[in-house]
Design a protein around this ligand. Structure first.
Ligand code: ADP
Length: 381
């Protein structure tokens, strides 16, 4: 690389950090307000409802931001693992629309979705496809005026699924079109611009689309003429065999040990599990985890990786060596941005792996696979 290119890259990185700090600070004020509201009016149902809606929205936005950031950095190191499954495309589109709806509502924009009559099946990573579409939709909202309509059309052409996201917003100058997929590239980089964003969304979109064997293009007739993004993904010809649904009904209570040095994280997860009828124990470092596990003999352990005194890999390895640990369900919980290593988790003997903040449904689904050691557990608090 030439000196001037290095300087440009360095400038972009510095600017990126400023934008990142700005974006991360955004949700903090409403979160603090919501907490204050709960402290002052925690006994008022309406205040609790308002606060929880704010917290939900702001935390989701922050999670999306961090997930994008993480995915882009992993992509730069070729470390994105796709979890490919045979799935229908439409539900992923709906999921993306729901993610972006709060933004469209604030902007008073109508979001119209047109789907084909016949379902389209792909071999894809549902979370990633949702991320692709929600990024395009969020951009369409951000770079359009209030009240401007956004249209998404899904169609099948030959062996391809085509997703078009069209807006009537600020458009993109012809000479910029080629660069907008570059990392950190933003047409307007002033911090005061109201749109928000890190300049990584489209880089991520292109990377994820290509990993799915597809391609993405941007079209615009120029400034003021709106934009259209077109994603093409290869499809599967026929309907895949669906896995048999697990029979419904309530899950039997499990005895769960939660290990996390962030006490708030451990105790809030414990509370959530207790509300749904499970018995919980907590430990805050690696050695304590081994002690508590030997005492209570849990059905499942939710184990943070970065722990004081003994890290999660080692805790897992030692638990597996115990007679009570052989068939134990041990789930690794790693933080976003933590450099977790899937190979190392498997090698240490983990049964599964979840990234924090954990989706409650995913956790319950994993817990349901654990063996219950005894009859009904007694609910110890
Ligand atoms: P971000 O949205 O965080 O700025 P992206 O990588 O998603 O970053 O987009 C890069 C740039 O491409 C944006 O900053 C914007 O200048 C331009 N862009 C993306 N989508 C649109 C759109 N729908 N209309 C106009 N410009 C867009």
């Amino acid at each position: 690389m030439q000196n001037s290119q290095l300087r440009e890259a360095d400038r972009q990185k510095t600017e990126f950090l400023a934008v990142l700090a700005h974006e991360l600070r955004g949700p903090l004020a409403p979160i603090r307000n919501a907490v204050q509201l709960l402290q002052l009016r925690g006994d008022d149902a309406e205040a609790v409802e308002t606060a929880s809606r704010i917290l939900d929205r702001q935390v989701s936005q922050m999670v999306r931001l961090v997930e994008d950031l993480l995915a882009v950095s992993r992509m730069g190191r070729n470390q994105v693992d796709l979890r490919l499954v045979h799935v229908e495309l439409a539900p992923m589109i709906h999921q993306a629309v729901e993610t972006v709806r709060p933004l469209a509502e604030v902007m008073d924009q109508d979001l119209t979705v047109t789907l084909p009559a016949e379902p389209i099946y792909l071999r894809a990573d549902p979370a990633r496809v949702t991320q692709i579409v929600s990024n395009l939709l969020a951009n369409a909202c951000k770079f359009s005026d209030k009240g401007s309509p956004i249209v998404l059309v899904l169609e099948r052409v030959g062996e391809e699924a085509i997703v078009r996201v069209r807006d009537h917003g600020i458009g993109i100058a012809k000479d910029r079109l080629a660069r907008i997929f570059d990392v950190f590239f933003q047409v307007d980089t002033s911090l005061e611009r109201s749109t928000g964003g890190l300049g990584i969304g489209l880089t991520l979109v292109r990377g994820l689309v290509e990993m799915h064997g597809g391609m993405v293009e941007a079209h615009s007739e120029g400034i003021g003429h709106g934009s259209e993004f077109v994603v093409r993904l290869p499809i599967l010809g026929q309907r895949p065999k669906l896995p048999r649904q697990r029979s419904g009904g309530r899950m039997r209570p499990r005895r769960v040990l939660i290990v996390d040095d962030n006490r708030d994280s451990a105790s809030s997860l414990a509370k959530l599990l207790r509300i749904t009828g499970h018995e919980t124990h907590t430990a805050f470092d690696g050695l304590e985890a081994l002690e508590v596990a030997a005492n209570v003999q849990p059905d499942a352990v939710l184990l943070d990786i970065g722990l004081p005194r003994l890290n999660g890999y080692e805790v897992c390895r030692r638990m597996r060596a115990e007679p009570w640990g052989e068939t134990l369900l041990i789930v690794a919980l790693s933080g976003l941005g933590q450099d977790e290593d899937p190979e190392r988790t498997t090698h240490a003997g983990f049964s599964g792996h979840l990234v924090k903040p954990v989706h409650y449904d995913a956790l319950i689904a994993l817990l349901a696979t654990s063996h219950v050691r005894r009859g009904a557990t007694t609910a110890k608090r």
